[in-house]
Design a protein. Structure first.
Length: 319
């Protein structure tokens, strides 16, 4: 696609073969917030290697002034028709912000052309000049995300393990059990306090595909807690690449099982699995979800950062 021009800026979509492709990636990730390294690290790896990777990066958009690349915005696509936009929040001058708006608008439009139905941006918690830019580009501030962590010792399971009820059992992920996982996640969405706005924008299958793309997927660390044949809760764990860290990618309890101790069983399972594979466990939770934050605090998690979560859907930008 040819460049689009407005004011003093020229906006171009870049492919891997373009000479400025890696430079645009660098501009997009160089000032990422620390808690976003899980998103930006694979892009950084590509920068260091300078060779093609399994990442699907699209769109990659460059904003030029006088034929010089000044701004890069990168979409990191994941299964489930979604992507995360890496945005250079260090831009500050009015001229740079103008270029950032044009590039972000172009990136969002191109994402729609690629079949992306949900784009996300993780930005600073506090008000910034980019807030107006994101709104003008069709993004909505969904909520603030609270990032939490705790250290996990090898002997954690010895003193924290909880017993399952007579008919309760853990089910791991496989092709045969995937319908059970979809059912469990769907039940956990009912009256959920964790980003409930997203439940209407994506199917459960899309969410499951997106979760599978986080970190190092291992079906043996994905669990449904079932009581007989009824799912009560779901726990999806993933190993962070090259780090002794596990992440709770998703955890949810069905509406009918809330308040019965299922959440504590899920947390205990998360710690036991982490103790065998890593030294710390991390998660992110909607800042509005007070019951979940109390649960995590009770299990020894501490807050390390907050970030604003912005989303844009086809509906929100009128496509």
């Amino acid at each position: 696609m040819g460049p689009s021009t407005e004011s003093s800026w020229s906006i171009r979509e870049l492919s891997f073969d373009d000479v400025d492709f890696l430079a645009a990636l660098h501009l997009a990730v160089v000032a990422r917030p620390k808690v976003s390294t899980l998103i930006a690290q694979p892009v950084q790896d590509l920068l260091e290697s300078g060779s093609a990777s399994e990442l699907r990066l699209r769109p990659v958009v460059g904003a030029y002034q006088h034929n010089i690349l000044r701004i890069g915005i990168v979409g990191v696509e994941s299964p489930g028709a979604s992507n995360v936009m890496l945005v250079p929040f260090e831009l500050d001058s009015q001229v740079e912000l103008e270029g950032g708006l044009l590039a972000l608008r172009h990136a969002r439009e191109m994402a729609g052309d690629y079949g992306i139905s949900l784009s996300q941006v993780i930005g600073p918690e506090r008000q910034s000049k980019w807030d107006d830019i994101l709104q003008e580009a069709g993004f909505i501030r969904l909520t603030d995300l609270v990032y939490m962590t705790r250290t996990v010792c090898n002997d954690t399971a010895n003193f924290s393990r909880r017993l399952l009820g007579r008919d309760q059992r853990w089910v791991t992920c496989s092709a045969e059990t995937e319908p059970l996982f979809c059912d469990a996640i769907g039940r956990s969405y009912v009256q959920s306090m964790d980003c409930p706005e997203l439940t209407n924008d994506r199917t459960v299958q899309q969410s499951l595909s997106s979760h599978r793309a986080v970190g190092v997927f291992d079906p043996a660390t994905w669990f449904v807690l079932a009581d007989g044949d009824q799912p009560q809760g779901v726990l999806l764990l993933s190993k962070v690449r090259r780090e002794p860290v596990m992440e709770i990618v998703y955890m949810g309890v069905s509406q009918l099982a809330r308040g019965s101790g299922v959440a504590d069983l899920l947390m205990d399972q998360a710690l036991r699995i982490t103790a065998a594979k890593a030294t710390s466990l991390i998660l992110a939770v909607d800042a509005r979800n007070e019951p979940a934050k109390r649960l995590y605090a009770r299990w020894g998690f501490v807050e390390i950062a907050r970030r604003a979560a912005w989303i844009a859907t086809m509906c929100s930008i009128g496509r």
